[in-house]
Design a protein around this ligand. Sequence first.
Ligand code: AMP
Ligand code: ZN
Length: 113
Amino acid sequence: MDCVFCQIVSKKIPSDIVYQDGEVLAFRDINPQAPVHLLVIPKKHIASLAELAEEELPLMGRMVSVASKLAEREGVSESGYRLVINCGREGGQLVPHLHLHLLGGRQLRGQLG
Ligand code: AMP
Ligand code: ZN
């Protein structure tokens, strides 16, 4: 599997990991768009939100829950933050492994693309 995020899961390429459990991994984005920019991913390869099976929905809930806890740990829970999932080409998804962006630590603007 030459998926970059699968390689991060298997530690074949280094990353700044901030959280992991049996199903979910979180690490700092290599090209941060805000003072806090984390990526929360399933350890299992799922190509995009469009590929998420019905029975995998609880995993999505776990990812959101991890993001919320990390927002607290990073000190942006009170000031506020944004969770973003890009899906597919026109959604701006560059890495074909499902991921949740957690952005915070600065005023994010209202425009969504
Ligand atoms: P997206 O456009 O939603 O697919 O976002 C992919 C994100 O992955 C971008 O914000 C990249 O900066 C980030 N990224 C790509 N490669 C790495 C890597 N090796 N380590 C950490 N973040 C990465
Ligand atoms: Zn993958």
